[in-house]
Design a protein around this ligand. Structure first.
Ligand code: MG
Ligand code: MG
Length: 286
């Protein structure tokens, strides 16, 4: 094989602050889009099945069936020993809840569903929070601000910007609320590509204009985690489930986005981000 042929098969890496950031070719982003759509479909299928009485183990099976049916592989399953294809985090659980065949949802619960898939070696990663039955006013507001903060961050996934422009937009959206929501520290977004978790780490707060330059071919998972009360968290003895220390409820939203010359491309959104980015005056590549 020619040198150009070999180079064409290896992901490009851009160096920043001693860390290597994977830069995808347009073709590789097309492959990531295909993986992203598998994740979007899995989350839609799980979401449609959320109702009182369904177990988180059943929801997990729905996600796994969808992912495998699309010819993809669930990326969470077996990840450091994780036993599910989704994370199912209920009420005061923030992230990383383990699906369980004996744990049924009840009216009034909120559940965050986080899901990832690998297709042809490329990853997609996305999360939503939904309520079981009609939401309380508190849940409705929490879910709304968390989702809006994610879209505000995605709207800053613009070539020529800097990484913390995204972090800042997420934080500003949350702190602009009358209620003092908590922004969960320690967990955050990440680069994504041929692995689920890559550099750079994406904080959900911070001053703008810092960190790596946002360049076409960079792909990031943007994922705010917001609490009604104090943002402090603790990990349960199962070694996975992250809960709020004060027992207050949390929400989590996530999309995988690629920076392109034509704008953000929200790879895990069915419409590429058209509806979610519109309030920010941003048109995605679709
Ligand atoms: Mg995720
Ligand atoms: Mg993620």
């Amino acid at each position: 094989m020619s040198a150009a042929g070999i180079l064409g098969r290896l992901p490009l890496l851009a160096k920043w602050s001693g860390r290597m950031i994977q830069i995808k070719t347009p073709h590789e982003l097309e492959l990531m889009r295909a993986a992203g759509l598998v994740v979007a479909g899995a989350i839609a299928a799980v979401r449609a099945a959320v109702r009182p009485g369904v177990t988180t183990g059943e929801l997990d099976a729905i996600a796994e069936d969808h992912i495998r049916g699309a010819g993809a592989v669930p990326s969470f399953l077996g990840y450091h020993g994780f036993t599910g294809s989704i994370c199912a985090s209920i009420n005061d659980e923030v992230v990383h809840g383990i699906p369980d065949r004996s744990r049924a949802l009840a009216e009034g619960d909120n559940i965050s569903i986080d899901c990832g898939a690998i297709l042809h070696g490329w990853h997609g990663d996305s999360a939503v929070t939904v309520t079981v039955g009609p939401p309380s006013a508190e849940d409705a507001a929490l879910i709304d601000v968390t989702e809006r903060s994610m879209w505000a961050g995605l709207a800053k996934a613009l070539a020529g910007g800097r990484l913390t422009d995204i972090s800042h937009a997420v934080e500003q959206t949350i702190t602009a609320e009358h209620h003092a929501y908590g922004i969960v520290d320690h967990y955050g977004g990440h680069g994504i590509g041929t692995e689920m978790h890559q550099d750079p780490h994406v904080l959900n707060y911070g001053r703008p204009g810092r960190g790596p330059r946002l360049v076409p071919g960079l792909a990031l998972a943007i994922e705010p985690m917001v609490t009604v009360g104090d943002p402090a968290t603790v990990e349960l003895e199962d070694g996975w489930t992250v809960v709020t220390k004060d027992g207050s409820r949390a929400a989590h939203f996530e999309h995988t986005v690629a920076i392109t010359p034509e704008g953000p491309w929200v790879l895990t959104a069915e419409d590429g981000g058209v509806a979610g980015l519109a309030p920010f005056g941003v048109s995605p590549r679709t």
